[in-house]
Design a protein around this ligand. Structure first.
Ligand code: SF4
Ligand code: MG
Length: 315
C-alpha cells in the first residue's frame, strides 16, 4: 500500500517575481522608439520592489504609448481617448490596494484629455502617471500635438505649426493640490529608472513627463538636446532624484533646486529644459482617503445608509 503524501499546509509560500512575471505580449512599437525603454524600466521597478503582479494595473488611453498595458504581465485597462486618468481614478477610488501605472501621451493627455488631467492632478490619487511626450500624434501618423514645437511640419500643419507649444510642466505646477512633478528622458535609462522609482515611492499623483523619441515622425524634436546635453538643466538636491556621479557627469549644466520650492520650480519649468524633480509636496491629501471610506460595508449597512440619506428629504 502506498500512502499519498499531500501537502495540506495553509501557508502561503513566499514568491519571488522575475521580469517574466511582469512581461505580457511582445512589444510592437517601432525599432528605436523610446517607449521600449519606459516599458523596460517599469517592469524592472516592479521586479526590484517585488510588487505583486496580481495587485498591479497598467491603465492607458489611446496612442502609441497607450499600448503599454498589453505588454505588461499584470492587469491592464486600455481605455478610450483621453480617459486614462479618469479610469485610473475610478480604480483607485474603489481599490486603493492596487498599484496603478498610467501610460498616456501628449495628444491623449494634453489635448482631448486635458480636462481630466487638471482634475486628476487636483484629486491627487496614488498613481504614477507616465507622460510619453514625443511632441506628435504617432499612432495616427504625424499630426501636430499640443507640445509640437513652433514651425514643426506635420500632416495637419504642412507649412509648420504657428502656435507656441503648451508647457505641461508649468500647467501641472499651476494646478491646486499638485504633489509631484518631474521630467526625465528616455535615452538615459539610469535617470529614467531613478525618476520613476521616486515617483512610485511618492504617495499621491506622480506626474512624470518623459521626453520620448519617436524616430519615425518627430525624430528632430529632441536632436538639439541629445547632441548637446549642456542644453539640459540637471536638477540636483538631497530631496530630489538620487543618481550616481557617473550619470551626473553626462549633464554639464546643473543647478541646486529644492523640490519644495514652488516658485523656483515654476521659473525652471518656464525657462529651461530640466531633468529631475521639480516639485514635491508629500503631505498633500489624497482623494481616495475619502472616497474609499465605507467600501467594506455589507449590503445591509449600505441600504441603511442609503435609506437614512433619502429620509432627509421626506416631507
Ligand atoms: Fe514609437 Fe513613433 Fe513608432 Fe509610435 S510611431 S511606435 S511613437 S516610433
Ligand atoms: Mg505623442
Amino acid at each position: 500500500m502506498f500512502a499519498l503524501k499531500a501537502d495540506w499546509s495553509q501557508e502561503i509560500k513566499k514568491r519571488y517575481f522575475t521580469l517574466d512575471d511582469y512581461t505580457g505580449g511582445e512589444a510592437r512599437w517601432c525599432p528605436g522608439c523610446g517607449d521600449h525603454a519606459v516599458l523596460t524600466v517599469v517592469q524592472r521597478i516592479c521586479r526590484d520592489k517585488q510588487i505583486l503582479p496580481e495587485k498591479t494595473v497598467a491603465v492607458s488611453g489611446i496612442g502609441c504609448s497607450s499600448r503599454l498595458p498589453h505588454y505588461m504581465g499584470t492587469y491592464g485597462f486600455h481605455g478610450t481617448h483621453g480617459r486614462a486618468l479618469t479610469i485610473a481614478c475610478g480604480i483607485r477610488s474603489r481599490r486603493p490596494d492596487l498599484d496603478v501605472w498610467v501610460a498616456t501621451g501628449d495628444g491623449d493627455c494634453f489635448s482631448i484629455g486635458a480636462g481630466h488631467w487638471i482634475h486628476a492632478i487636483r484629486y491627487n490619487m496614488n498613481m504614477v502617471v507616465l507622460i510619453f511626450d514625443n511632441n506628435v500624434y504617432g499612432l495616427t501618423k504625424k499630426q501636430m500635438s499640443p507640445t509640437s514645437p513652433l514651425g514643426f511640419k506635420n500632416n495637419t500643419a504642412p507649412r509648420g505649426t504657428i502656435l507656441q507649444p503648451l508647457n505641461p510642466l508649468t500647467v501641472t505646477l499651476g494646478i491646486t493640490n499638485v504633489s509631484f512633478v518631474a521630467q526625465t528622458i528616455d535615452w538615459n535609462p539610469a535617470h529614467l529608472y531613478a525618476t520613476l522609482q521616486a515617483a512610485h515611492n511618492h504617495r499621491g499623483t506622480s506626474f512624470v513627463r518623459i521626453l520620448q523619441r519617436c524616430p519615425v515622425y518627430s525624430d528632430e524634436v529632441f536632436s538639439d538636446i541629445q547632441n548637446d546635453p549642456s542644453k539640459i538643466l540637471f536638477l540636483n538636491h538631497k530631496n530630489g532624484i538620487h543618481i550616481g556621479d557617473n550619470v551626473k557627469r553626462l549633464f554639464p549644466t546643473q543647478r541646486e533646486h529644492d523640490p519644495s520650492n514652488m516658485s523656483e520650480a515654476y521659473d525652471i519649468a518656464r525657462n529651461h529644459v530640466p531633468v529631475g524633480l521639480l516639485y514635491h509636496a508629500p503631505q498633500t491629501p489624497c482623494y481616495e482617503d475619502f472616497s474609499s471610506v465605507g467600501r467594506h460595508m455589507g449590503i445591509e449597512d449600505k441600504m441603511k445608509g442609503l435609506n437614512d440619506a433619502l429620509d432627509q428629504f421626506a416631507v
